[in-house]
Design a protein around this ligand. Structure first.
Ligand SMILES: [Zn+2]
Ligand SMILES: [Zn+2]
Length: 360
């Protein structure tokens, strides 16, 4: 329950950030500042054409990740007969048995499926549970009438939208703040200067030992110090310029939160891209090496089962095919599609000693 509250808080924060950014960029920066005040109509028009549409696209991706149909990605396939399987697959023992989920009444757990403890459902092609992308409702039991709130996971089927969102956030932020970058840096510099000199802000913030510890530690000390200074500047000065031309706590807050969000998305985008190129999921990357060597692969055509070596990635098909795979979505109506196994693992199986022999 506590997780759910935290997740709802994060999602409301993201939604507020997107809506506030849309207002600030469209009305305040493009119209009031660039077009009306600075009379730079071409630049204002270009800004209007790019930034709000990027933010709207970001919002659309966000909503589709949160409530889109692909959220209904729960494994509900019938248990296959392993004697009829032709494709190589990941198995659980030397007889080529398939995995089951104890928490889902021993239902079949297809390869790369993981039971998400937060959502309490098995997710097909699980990558990670994402608290940022919204709570979803779905019919977990085919016979249930009311949808059950199950939360959200990022699965391989949704990784293309997730990556697009991670890439578009830093891109949009960089362009959005570009016309006001000098105003922002000047405001922060003047704000810091004033708050360090002002008796009131010194006594409540700079001289308080807690400013080093609470509210973000040493970094938070300077961020809140600057915000206090901008607040004081706004109180002390009369400014006839549009909102973004004056010291504004609202603009500064949005710029700081936007920066943190863009930085967070950039790091996550780099991490996600790295995983895609190597054919692993976020869950795989968090697994230990000993965990990996306990994984087994069965090739029914060779009647063999092998353990994976520590450096082997079972679903790594080479970077080009790994990238192509994220655009290839599973269609529940056409039945389960087995994930292709790394051809190097199958080659090794062919040429090396048999580690385990499949039951015939
Ligand atoms: Zn399960
Ligand atoms: Zn989940």
């Amino acid at each position: 329950m506590q997780n759910r509250r935290l997740e709802t808080g994060l999602q409301l924060g993201v939604a507020t950030l997107i809506l506030s950014s849309l207002y600030l960029t469209t009305v305040e920066i493009a119209c009031n500042w660039l077009i009306v005040h600075q009379r730079r109509r071409v630049l204002g028009g270009l800004y209007l054409a790019v930034v709000p549409s990027s933010i709207l696209f970001m919002g659309r991706l966000y909503v589709s990740l949160a409530v889109g149909r692909k959220t209904h990605n729960v494994a509900l396939y019938p248990f296959p007969n392993i004697d009829e399987l032709k494709e190589p697959y990941e198995c659980t023992d030397s007889a080529g048995a398939l995995a089951t989920c104890l928490k889902c009444n021993d239902a079949w757990k297809p390869p790369r499926t993981h039971h998400c403890s937060t959502c309490d459902v098995c997710r097909l092609q699980f990558d990670h549970h994402c608290p940022w992308v919204g709570a979803a409702y779905e019919l977990v039991q085919p016979c249930s009438i009311l949808p059950k709130k199950v939360g959200n996971c990022v699965t391989l089927d949704r990784l293309d939208s997730f990556l697009a969102l991670l890439l578009i956030v830093p891109f949009t932020y960089s362009i959005a703040v570009f016309p006001i970058r000098t105003i922002l840096t000047t405001s922060i510099r003047r704000g810091l200067d004033l708050s360090q000199k002002n008796t009131w802000s010194r006594s409540i913030w700079w001289d308080w030992y807690g400013s080093w510890i609470f509210f973000g530690g040493p970094l938070g000390r300077w961020v809140y110090g600057a915000a206090l200074g901008v607040y004081l500047l706004k109180k002390e000065e009369t400014c006839d310029l549009p909102l973004v031309g004056c010291p504004s706590l609202r603009v500064l807050t949005l710029a700081i939160f936007g920066f943190i969000f863009a930085l967070f998305c950039s790091i996550l985008a780099a991490w996600t891209l790295h995983n895609i190129l190597y054919g692993i999921t976020t869950l795989d990357s968090l697994r230990s090496r000993s965990d990996l060597t306990q994984r087994l692969v069965c090739d029914p055509r060779q009647h063999k089962v092998v353990s994976l070596l520590p450096q082997e990635r079972p679903y790594d098909l080479g970077w080009r095919r790994n990238i192509a795979q994220i655009f290839h979505h599973n269609n529940p109506r056409t039945g389960y599609k087995w994930s292709s196994i790394n051809p190097r693992v199958l080659d090794r199986m062919r040429t090396s000693e048999v580690i385990e022999r499949r039951r015939d």
